[in-house]
Write a protein that binds this ligand. Sequence first.
Ligand SMILES: Nc1nc2c(ncn2[C@@H]2O[C@H](COP(=O)(O)OP(=O)(O)O)[C@@H](O)[C@H]2O)c(=O)[nH]1
Ligand SMILES: [Mg+2]
Length: 215
Amino acid sequence: MEVKIVKRLLKANDEWASRVREYLKEKNVYAVNFISSPGSGKTTLLEATSEALKKEFSLMVLEGDIATTRDADRISKHGVPAVQLLTEGSCHLDASLIFRALEANPLEAVDFLFIENVGNLVCPSEYDLGEAAKVALLSVPEGDDKVLKYPKLFREAQCVILNKIDLVDYMDFKKELFYEDMSKLNPHATILEVSCRTGEGLEAWYQWLKQKVGK
Ligand SMILES: Nc1nc2c(ncn2[C@@H]2O[C@H](COP(=O)(O)OP(=O)(O)O)[C@@H](O)[C@H]2O)c(=O)[nH]1
Ligand SMILES: [Mg+2]
């Protein structure tokens, strides 16, 4: 009985995700769903990305959170339109919420839609938002063992960003273990070591995004 309910809910989400995907295709928008734990650096990465790409590309950001407009406020300061999606307790965004946000904020001539999911390594990976790519962030202080502990996210991500690489000398983070686990789980993912603090590795991240829209 319970399984039926879960299936029905996910089916409904998949239907909304298809509608989002069709809409984004029609408008020629490349959408990225950013997933990670709270504090690993999603908003900081989006702030840096906004600064780096806003002259060349038209950007829009959807910020998912349980409460507060803090993240959308941070993005807006960079002159990039940002919409805060409040889930009021739910631990993930779902595709109906994305569809409603896009209906209220039509995308005209937008190149990239960045969706920051609610900070969580588990639930968000269950919900297709109609994105073209999932990008997973892991930050060095979270530990080197997380890939196999949260396999669904790291298996599905097209790109995995290892953030806060500036802290690697201060933590017992064994990069070999992280790379070994990634190669077992998802050998085709692009893995980028970055520091949003020092800027290390960010150019490779911008290149990854640009080649997605043929630039
Ligand atoms: N040392 C260091 N701190 C970072 C880096 N990236 C983000 N932070 C800090 O990590 C904290 C959480 O970042 P935030 O972007 O809010 O994480 P989010 O919850 O995933 O959106 C903030 O204090 C950031 O300044 C980094 O590369 N290195
Ligand atoms: Mg954030």
